[in-house]
Design a protein around this ligand. Structure first.
Ligand code: HEC
Length: 89
């Protein structure tokens, strides 16, 4: 009986670490992307990606805050996108 619960425990731990590894792999992928890449991939999903010249720095702060919620972006992704838009406007 003890042996069986040990086997189940070991299986559970390896399954858990498998899932944890695959999660961190995805976030590393997104973390290595530049603001320009994230903008190109995310901001065209629902409408044409607005070009950086469309708005001033302050307006981009507001627009990206709004779109962060719509596009379900992480804080890091939104910060990179807003930084890219501000350097290119
Ligand atoms: C999930 C869909 C979706 C994604 C992804 C998305 N948007 Fe939007 N966006 C909208 C919708 C819907 C509107 C219409 C205004 C509103 O949200 O009330 C809009 C409006 C806008 C506007 C205002 C347009 C105007 O001319 O007034 C800007 C600017 C904008 N989006 C920028 C962005 C940027 C930058 C990104 C990438 C970070 C982005 N959007 C990603 C759905 C999206």
């Amino acid at each position: 009986m003890k042996k069986i619960s040990l086997v189940i425990f070991v299986l559970a731990v390896s399954l858990l670490s498998f899932f944890m590894n695959s999660c961190s792999a995805t976030s590393e992928l997104s973390a290595s992307k530049t603001g320009a890449q994230l903008w190109g991939e995310n901001c065209i999903r629902c409408h044409n990606a607005p070009s950086p010249e469309t708005f001033s720095d302050t307006e981009w702060d507001v627009a990206v805050m709004h779109m962060r919620v719509r596009a379900n972006l992480t804080e890091e992704e939104a910060l990179k996108i807003v930084e890219f838009l501000k350097t290119a406007n």
